[in-house]
Design a protein around this ligand. Sequence first.
Ligand code: SAM
Length: 211
Amino acid sequence: MRLRHIKGAEETIASSPYVIQEPETKKGRWHEVFKNDHPIQIEVGMGKGRFIMELAAAHPDINYIGIERYSSVLLRGLQKRAGLELDNIYFLCVDARDMADLFAPGEVDRIYLNFSDPWPKDRHAKRRLTSPDFMAVYGKILAPEGTVEFKTDNRGLFDYSLEAIPEAGWVITEHTFDLHHSPMAEGNVMTEYEAKFASEGKPICKLIARR
Ligand code: SAM
């Protein structure tokens, strides 16, 4: 994603009612934020947030949290959020690496990773969101039956993930190399990146993993 510093982004985020400030103070208490006990699902690296906002509108009985580490990117999501009447979605401007400081064990039901940065160089492998280090973080906060759902157009990152996720002690329960022409397409909600790649005719890969 092309990144540009946008003047005032930090200030807008710091005062937005849609962004939870000091999220570490909510650890184990997210039901108080949402004012209900509905399951919590997170998208890591939400970008402009099309996917998670569409899910939130379709599933009022599920609570959603979008995580995006760059304020300039999250700002775009906030602009879109302002036009929606939803009470089941909040955003965090944090690095996903710190998620175990923000959520208690078992507090999260599902984690979505959509079109995560591929980090193709071996020396950057630890930055991939499906690396063993990140899977360990997800494992700390997911409920026992919780799942990680990962979509990407990047075959290199997908092949890496098909090996790295089981090596990290997880089970891949389903996967496809061409989501839009597979049974896994049922109920699929497209992300911004997915819509762009699909319009170029690129196949989309998807896997679902659980411990
Ligand atoms: N999920 C969106 C989509 O599919 O349209 C955006 C995809 S974009 C390629 C990946 C996003 O993940 C970027 O906005 C990036 O800043 C964010 N990201 C990458 N690593 C992250 C991390 N460790 N913590 C939080 N966000 C991260």
